[in-house]
Design a protein around this ligand. Structure first.
Ligand code: NDP
Length: 240
């Protein structure tokens, strides 16, 4: 069945692959983005997928953005909380803004989007929320206390909200990607990246499409018995 789906940060990287994949599954997909108009316009032109700009860390903007989508396209049944940023630094160099920005966008964005859409899903008796966490939220990472805390928070958020949605046909799951070949990883210095790849048992970075395939399963009818879980897609880098 075709559903209305919103992918935050859906115009680039992993989000773009998710948006493409959900569209190919027949859903009406809207890609949110944060500020890169050029990338968003190019994406929309290439795919024909509508884009909507707002900051997921802004509570009111999420409520308004989702209300506008619902007015135009109908109730939102699928939300992929994918938008994320990094502000890496060791603790003694990390500013409060670095900390706050990452928590506000990466973790606050999940809360804001759930507030905008979860009550409607619950009322209608069907919904799918997938939150994109990270291997670094599971294992921690040097220079990322902000990012690791936000992503770890996403995994707790997922388990708690899953319990609230379970009786109402709303599943809430997380995907914890390992290192995926996107702009975010391109920003990692080459020598650091080489060391990281050396620790990935399959011997390569992941592809955005490999995360999108996980999302496709979790948002499908077949995924209805899976809730509150974290799907680790990381080439075997972190097993637990
Ligand atoms: P990219 O940096 O390639 O893309 C990020 C996307 O998020 C862009 O579309 C960007 O919009 C959007 N975005 C950023 N801030 C905001 C905001 N405040 N409001 C709305 N949209 C925003 O990231 P990736 O594709 O690499 O990562 C996607 C997700 O996967 C993130 O949550 C990331 O933490 C997670 N992840 C990534 C891994 C990797 O190896 N790449 C590993 C583990 C997790 P715009 O284009 O306008 O800037």
């Amino acid at each position: 069945m075709a559903r209305v789906a919103v992918v935050t940060g859906g115009t680039r990287g992993i989000g773009k692959a998710i948006t493409d994949r959900l569209k190919r599954q027949g859903h009406k997909v809207i890609a949110n983005y944060g500020g890169n108009d050029e990338a968003a316009q190019a994406f929309s032109k290439e795919t024909g997928i509508p884009v909507a700009k707002w900051d997921v860390g802004d509570h009111e903007a999420c409520l308004e953005g989702c209300a506008a989508i619902e007015a135009e396209h109908g109730p939102i049944d699928i939300v992929i909380n994918n938008a994320g940023i990094t502000r890496d630094a060791t603790l003694h160099r990390m500013s409060f803004d670095d900390w706050n920005d990452v928590i506000r966008v990466n973790l606050g964005g999940c809360f804001n989007m759930a507030k905008a859409t979860f009550p409607g899903m619950r009322e209608r008796g069907w919904g799918r929320i997938v939150n994109i966490g990270s291997i670094n939220g599971q294992a921690g990472q040097y220079g990322q206390v902000n990012y690791a805390a936000a992503k770890s928070g996403i995994h707790g958020f997922t388990k708690a909200l899953a319990q609230e949605g379970a009786k109402f046909g709303v599943t809430v799951n997380a995907i914890a990607p390992g290192y995926i070949d996107t702009d975010m990883v391109a920003a990692v210095p080459e020598p650091v990246l080489e060391k990281i790849v050396g620790k990935i048992p399959v011997g390569r970075l992941g592809m955005a499409e490999e995360i999108a395939r996980g999302v496709a399963f979790l948002t499908s009818e077949n995924g209805g018995f899976m809730t509150g879980s974290t799907m680790s897609i990381n080439g075997g880098q972190h097993m637990y």
